[in-house]
Design a protein around this ligand. Structure first.
Ligand code: AP5
Ligand code: MG
Length: 215
């Protein structure tokens, strides 16, 4: 399948993506994870992206679109993917449409995780992530078995630099002004599946799987 998962920062995109990918055979493509890997490896792309990510702003479209296009072509031959965090504005969505132009089929569905802002702020203030494999934990809802250590790969958990309160506020503003309009964009194309993201992670994953089975 060709899928997008969207929703505000902290909606649970990265949490439910592995379960959705397991159920569908899709490859998880997270632009946020790709930028963070580039920052960790101190690449030129990482250095440029970091200045925007630290402020909670979008990385310029040109860099982002080039990175996604290359990954789609190289890693999954343009098929069987779950895009997480891309597209994030209308010009990125149009670039993705252009990628499928001339092909018989485009996207299969766009999953929108709906979570109120108050819940987002409380989730992000308790998040810890594994810098090695990208797995997300939470002091309130998803503690690792061993304090500070990733269950999946044994990495040392850290707090994401952009989870500071002021940065979360600007990420939410950017979401509401630039990314949320994409819900209408995809609804008009008949692709949008709205999922209640305020349920438990297991229930959200199940709701997504049920919605995809209905396609
Ligand atoms: P990105 O990494 O995509 O960040 P984001 O969209 O802000 O989303 P998050 O990763 O913070 O949240 P999530 O929805 O994955 O939630 P998670 O599952 O971790 O992007 C980072 C930055 O990169 C952007 O700000 C931008 O600068 C740049 N960027 C990325 N893509 C770009 C693009 N296309 N264009 C331009 N710039 C781009 O869950 C959050 C927490 O909640 C965790 O602690 C988790 O354990 C907990 N949790 C999850 N689900 C539940 C649940 N159901 N109940 C209770 N707790 C839960
Ligand atoms: Mg994420």
């Amino acid at each position: 399948m060709r899928l997008i998962i969207m929703g505000p920062p902290g909606a649970g995109k990265g949490t439910v993506a592995p379960g959705v990918c397991k159920a569908t055979g899709c490859k998880h493509i997270s632009t946020g994870d790709m930028f963070r890997n580039n920052i960790k490896n101190q690449t030129a792309l990482g250095q440029e992206a970091q200045t925007y990510i630290q402020k909670g702003q979008l990385v310029p479209d040109e860099l982002t679109i080039r990175m996604v296009r290359q990954t789609l072509l190289e890693d999954c031959k343009g098929d069987q993917f779950l895009l997480d965090g891309f597209p994030r504005n209308v010009s990125q969505a149009e670039a993705l449409d252009g990628f499928f132009a001339g092909q018989e089929r485009g996207l299969d569905a766009v999953i929108l995780l709906v979570v109120p802002d108050e819940q987002i702020i409380s989730r992000l203030s308790g998040r810890m992530v594994c810098p090695d494999c990208g797995e997300s934990y939470n002091v309130n809802s998803r503690r690792p078995a061993k304090e500070g250590i990733c269950d999946a790969c044994g990495g040392k958990l850290v707090v994401r630099e952009d989870d500071r309160e002021e940065t979360v506020k600007s990420r939410l503003d950017v979401y509401h002004s630039q990314s949320e309009p994409l819900a209408d964009y995809y609804d008009r194309k008949g692709l949008l599946l709205k999922i209640d993201g305020s349920q438990s992670p297991e229930a959200v994953t199940q709701s997504v799987a049920d919605a995809l089975r209905g396609l």
